[in-house]
Write a protein that binds this ligand. Sequence first.
Ligand SMILES: Nc1nc2c(ncn2[C@@H]2O[C@H](COP(=O)(O)OP(=O)(O)OP(=O)(O)O)[C@@H](O)[C@H]2O)c(=O)[nH]1
Ligand SMILES: [Mg+2]
Length: 241
Amino acid sequence: MTGRLRAVRDGSMGGMRQAASTRALRRLQAAVPRIRQARRGVPWRVVVIGEFNAGKTTLINALLGEALLQTSVVANTRLVTVVSFAASARMSLEHCDGTRATIDRAMLCPAQAARRLHIAVPHAALKTLCLIDTPGLGVGDVTIERRIRRALSRADVVVWCTPAVQAWKASEQTIWLGLPERIRKKGILAVTFADAIGSSGDATRLIARLNAEAGPYFAAIVRMPGIAKAPPRRGGPARAA
Ligand SMILES: Nc1nc2c(ncn2[C@@H]2O[C@H](COP(=O)(O)OP(=O)(O)OP(=O)(O)O)[C@@H](O)[C@H]2O)c(=O)[nH]1
Ligand SMILES: [Mg+2]
């Protein structure tokens, strides 16, 4: 078990990050009922997508209040990563034939042989939300795009991350409108990199523009709270491939 998995298990996140996590969760959960009513005892499958470096992984870490997943300024997430609840933390790789290997054995396997990474941690938020991180869309990798579409086909909620700077570019709209309507109907547009927004006036103008340009394509538009980066933890990142 890595240090990050252990930290989530032990509930050792700082108070500030916990408050930011609560705010981020509330904003997302406020938008979710518009798409689907709660199903008792079954977590919503929230698939987070967008172009590379859009802040997808950081958003999931923010929702958890913990730097569980590794983020990077270079294209980073290679595997669809399912973060779910378990009473005790564990991590496994799912191979292309559907079999799974725990992370210790998985570390010995070539990444190409895996199609998905599963991380299970005892985090309260994961009792209602199963968070699914994905690699960046639109980079022309057919295998990755097929895996993302597979994850989308089982999504209850689809969160498209658009960075506040240059939000909702033409390339984003092209990819989004290329997805089937039944998937787009579950869509929330999440504005990431909120700390890059200069003033509350800028924020109001940005949301007004997004409502006009992207509003018709999403069930809700949510400005995520600013992200306070969590310090790296002992034991290295929770990353297997
Ligand atoms: N200042 C600031 N930096 C951010 C924010 N969100 C992400 N970043 C940084 O932007 C870079 C990319 O973030 P990621 O979360 O890895 O983006 P991603 O969409 O998961 O990237 P890929 O997995 O490569 O597609 C990292 O260096 C993050 O630390 C934010 O809200 N504010
Ligand atoms: Mg990522």
